[in-house]
Design a protein around this ligand. Structure first.
Ligand code: FAD
Length: 429
């Protein structure tokens, strides 16, 4: 099958791709745009939970973003996503407690859609783009990107070629390996030296009541540990499957759904790797496979009560006595101590103890720690300009390219790419 040439091809229909597309259709409506995705619907956080953070630096990569640049673009992100910002209360009380423990609590403007409602949002966005002439090619995997003397474009499923004036590659975290392959083939240098490794905590709502005041509280602890992606209401821990290993993540349904009395959030430690170990991806895969191996092919979970006593959790004892709520995600009861590197576990545990002083209750014996939750963000290409250009006509943006770490940052990254393209469009296309 052959496709016509397009002015712009966007690989990935996640927030980075959408941010680029909306900005282009608004400011350069005559451009022909094709968006390609290997899924039927974008597969990242826009679909899962869709918590939106509108405060720098949440969701932004600080090496690529200044506060001013992010604050210039965040209102444009808001314009299309139309968030309902959540109220917060009693922040000062928690903040004072946190400061006494060398911990900060960020005050973040947030909105939450919920997994059951996100499809409505995605459909609205896609319909709007279709109405403005953007073409979609879904359930088609892009296998290569080229930009050479014979032209610029993409290869689909290894055989079909589509030409484009400019190509925006925004394949998200799951496109990590694809992006690396493209960069290696195109001779684009990149670094991949940062990884977040951590656990997902699940507890009863009453053990973490701060969520009544602040939907997704962002605590920054010593040793580069932070809370991330808190879910409550109808909240569940979920599996995130990659080729050869499985991680955990979390999400929640919208406020319209009845609650399940559970809260979950990630506790992550950021690790900057130095010589001779330099690949965050390799380290993540290694750690995840080790944990999955110990868990018989699945992630692990352990109750805080067992962890404190230095004994593994087991299926038989998992829901007895004080361990009085069933896990929302059935993975393998076991011993995190066997799987999490000691230094990481120590720093996570120290952070949990601080958190238990700020919000007493989180270290209840029934609280579950799931592992591994790992974020492989940083596959950072060497950019040729501030619009995330990597070759004459190819741009890379979003979580996969390390320009963002969340929906709003990814969307803003897409806008920044589009601004770069617009500056060159009159001359090039
Ligand atoms: C389960 C889960 C929950 C999350 N919850 C939140 C949240 O609540 N709030 C938040 O801010 N962030 C959340 N995130 C993170 C969020 O998903 C990302 O920060 C954001 O989506 C990044 O946007 P992106 O456009 O770079 O990538 P993505 O949203 O991941 O989109 C990339 C798209 O590219 C497609 N793709 C990849 N490779 C190819 C290929 N070779 N060919 C064709 N298409 C391809 C994928 O199918 C995908 O649809 C969550 C992530 C996960 C996995």
């Amino acid at each position: 099958m052959s496709y016509p040439n397009y002015d712009i091809i966007i690989v990935g229909t996640g927030p980075a791709g959408l941010g680029a597309a909306f900005h282009l259709v608004e400011h350069s409506p005559s451009l022909s745009i094709l968006m390609v995705d290997r899924e039927k619907i974008c597969s990242g956080g826009l679909l899962n939970d869709c918590k939106q953070n509108y405060t720098f630096p949440i969701g932004f990569d600080v090496e690529n973003w200044s506060k001013e640049e992010a604050e210039r673009l965040l209102p444009l992100v808001e314009k299309w996503l139309q968030p309902v910002i959540k109220e917060k209360q009693n922040i000062e009380i928690y903040r004072r407690r946190a400061e006494r423990l060398d911990t900060s609590l960020l005050d973040v403007r947030q909105a939450h859609v919920g997994t059951d409602r996100s499809l409505v949002l995605i459909r609205r966005l896609r319909d709007e783009l279709s109405r403005r002439g953007v073409q979609f090619l879904l359930e088609r995997e892009v296998t290569d990107v080229f930009d050479n003397a014979s032209g610029t474009g993409i290869v689909i499923s290894g055989t079909e070629t589509v030409g484009g004036g400019k190509v925006i590659v925004a394949p998200g975290r799951k496109g990590f390996s694809f992006l690396q392959q493209v960069m290696e083939r195109m001779g684009i240098s990149y670094i991949d030296n940062v990884v977040d490794v951590g656990i997902r905590i699940e507890t009863k709502h009453e053990n973490y009541p701060i969520v009544n005041d602040y939907y997704d509280p962002k605590f920054l602890f010593p040793n580069n540990v932070r809370t991330f992606c808190t879910n409550s209401g109808h909240a569940r821990v979920v599996l995130e499957r990659y080729q050869g290993f499985t991680l955990v993540n979390g999400h929640a349904l919208s406020e319209h759904q009845s609650g399940n009395n559970l809260v979950n959030f990630a506790l992550l430690k950021t690790i900057g790797l130095k010589d001779p170990v330099r690949s965050g991806q390799q380290m993540a895969v290694f750690l995840a496979r080790l944990a999955n191996e110990i868990g018989g092919g699945m992630p692990l979970m352990q109750r805080v009560g067992d962890f404190r006593m230095g004994k593994r959790s087991s299926g038989d004892t998992f829901n007895e006595d004080l361990y009085d709520f069933p896990p929302s995600c059935q993975v393998t009861p076991g011993d995190l101590g066997l799987a999490v590197p000691a230094k990481i576990m120590r720093h996570l545990w120290e952070a949990l103890k601080r958190l238990d002083t700020i919000v007493p209750g989180i270290l209840h014996p029934s609280t579950i720690m799931y592992y591994p939750e790992i974020k492989m963000y940083a596959n950072k290409p060497t950019f040729l300009d501030r619009h995330f250009r990597v070759s004459a006509n190819v741009y890379m943006a979003g979580d996969g390219a390390g320009t963002s770490r969340g929906i709003t940052g990814a969307w803003a990254s897409g806008i920044r790419v589009s601004e770069g393209i617009q500056q060159r469009t009159d001359v090039d296309l």
